[in-house]
Design a protein around this ligand. Structure first.
Ligand SMILES: CC(C)(COP(=O)(O)OP(=O)(O)OC[C@H]1O[C@@H](n2cnc3c(N)ncnc32)[C@H](O)[C@@H]1OP(=O)(O)O)[C@@H](O)C(=O)NCCC(=O)NCCS
Length: 301
């Protein structure tokens, strides 16, 4: 596997990753919440990476920093009553609070559903590991049950919370869509037809978002920007059959996070709202307090 995301490459482990794995795995803040022991030395990390290679654990490689910063493991569920695959994940503490794990899972989960031909993916977390629970829930997992876990290093048994993600409930994102799809969404919504040149310019939009469910494209939006100060979201469209189900909200939340994490100096995100749709954007935190959108219509049409 080799999946490139905005900031990461997801691939299988290599023995050359040992130093990177040791670097983040010696940290008890990383190991303890994940219920494994902190790596005491490089030799130990080497043994673990050898296991990762055999088990096809997924390495999270940071493109800019050129190192492995975490992992996603995939295995048969620990609880034999569960049918599907289970995942676990770890991330170097230096990369927490940057949306990295959600970015990795957004691309890894579709791969896992397909590669393992499974319709359910499970994930568990210590009940007091709120950061991990936040990530699990943000990916759309639903709570299943509590379970007493006996194998916590240097500790008594602890409660873990089990979650399930069903394929049909999984929504994931891509930062692109074709102009053909864009045209289809416009036509479905009875928006005016544009010229070839206009479509060509729209194709060049740098910031795009597309939301998928069961491999089907169900919503798109784009953002026009100078990439430092102004970010203007427009052309927000969800397929009719999927409207009113929280899809538009999910998609824009993801787009806003994408802008936040990829364009650090951003100051304001604007929205171009049709009349009557403002309430939808207000639910996402947009406000009319600072400015409202005014337009001049071309007289040529
Ligand atoms: C507007 C649109 C993008 C919203 O997407 P959606 O998936 O239907 O909306 P969601 O289900 O995610 O709604 C999120 C929230 O906004 C609210 N909402 C949605 N549309 C609203 C509207 N027109 N006015 C007020 N609130 C609205 C929902 O009730 C929901 O509230 P909740 O979080 O309290 O449950 C979608 O309906 C659409 O594609 N419409 C046709 C194209 C269009 O008009 N695009 C907007 C151009 S500005």
């Amino acid at each position: 596997m080799h999946i490139t995301t905005n900031r990461l490459i997801l691939r299988y482990f290599d023995i050359f990753d040992v130093n990177d794995v040791y670097e983040y795995s010696k940290n008890p803040n990383v190991s303890q919440p994940a219920c494994w022991i902190s790596h005491p030395n490089l030799e130990y990390s080497k043994k673990i990476v050898e296991k990762f290679i055999i088990k096809k654990e997924i390495a999270i490689y940071h493109k800019m920093d050129k190192k492995v910063i975490g992992s996603i493991g995939v295995f048969e569920p620990v609880n034999p009553n569960l049918k599907g695959m289970e995942i676990s994940y770890s991330l170097s503490e230096l990369y927490w609070h940057k949306g990295i794990m959600q970015e990795a899972l957004n691309y890894a989960l579709p791969y896992i559903f397909k590669y393992y031909k499974t319709s359910s993916i499970y994930c568990c977390s210590l009940a007091d590991n709120y950061k991990s629970i936040h990530t699990i829930e943000a990916m759309g997992f639903s709570y299943l049950f509590d379970y007493l876990y006996d194998y916590v290093p240097n500790s008594e048994a602890k409660i873990v919370k089990y979650y399930e993600l069903k394929y049909e409930n999984f929504y994931y994102f891509k930062n692109t869509f074709s102009i053909k799809s864009y045209k289809e969404f416009r036509s479905i919504n009875n928006w005016v037809e544009l010229s070839t040149i206009q479509y060509q310019q729209i194709k060049n939009t740098k910031i795009k978002i597309a939301i998928y469910n069961k491999n089907k494209l169900i919503g798109i939006a784009r953002c026009i920007s100078d990439f430092s100060y102004l970010f203007l979201i427009c052309d927000v469209m969800v397929l009719k059959d999927y409207q009113g189900m929280g899809i538009g909200k999910k998609m824009l939340k993801h787009l806003i996070k994408y802008i936040k994490y990829n364009y650090k100096g951003y100051k304001k995100i604007y929205i171009m709202s049709l009349k009557g749709k403002e309430g939808f954007y207000e639910k996402l935190g947009f406000s009319k307090d600072i400015c409202t959108g005014l337009t001049i219509e071309s007289e040529d049409d």
